[in-house]
Design a protein around this ligand. Structure first.
Ligand code: ZN
Length: 161
């Protein structure tokens, strides 16, 4: 069986910052990651690299920022009024928030705190970074009707519900 649209795939992986070599995440010592192929459950560049692979295949792939978590966009850094942070006593750089917007929840990190405004960054923490993945394909199976309906994989390493 090869990896193609609507297969449920389990992989062990390690991902490092391609520029610094710093480890970002790894499934070592944990369940493999299980995802539904073709459902955009994982970043596009990694999904593309997995297409056509078979159980036992091991490979490395460097995914550019545009095919990972996107380019870093300056206009996603904005000043918002301090009043927007109701119920928060202490606002400090580095704090992470989830803001409810018309487009849905957005994760923000506080960059700078001034007297009346707070500068927040809505870029993904990995935006602008090329990522290097080391991947081993563990299992491949057909997706169930329910998984296709939910657009994600169920079971160990996937969604538990
Ligand atoms: Zn589900």
């Amino acid at each position: 069986m090869t990896i193609e649209h609507h297969k449920v795939v389990s992989i062990h992986y390690k991902v490092v910052d391609a520029a610094s070599g710093e480890t970002i995440d790894s499934s070592e010592g944990a369940e493999p990651l299980t995802y539904l192929h073709g459902a955009q459950n994982i970043i596009p560049g990694l999904e593309k690299a997995l297409e056509g692979k078979q159980v036992g295949d091991e490979f490395e792939v460097t995914v550019e920022a545009a095919d990972a978590y996107g380019e870093y966009e300056e206009d996603r850094v904005q000043k918002v009024p301090r009043e927007a942070f109701t119920g928060v006593d202490e606002i400090e750089p580095g704090m992470a928030f989830t803001a409810q917007t018309e487009q849905g929840p957005v994760n923000l990190v506080v960059v700078e705190v001034e007297e009346t405004t707070v500068t927040v960054d809505a870029n993904h923490v990995l935006a602008g970074k090329a990522l290097k993945f080391s991947v081993k394909v563990e299992t491949i199976r057909d997706a169930s009707e329910e998984e296709l309906e939910h657009n994600h994989a169920h079971g160990p390493g996937g969604h538990q519900h």
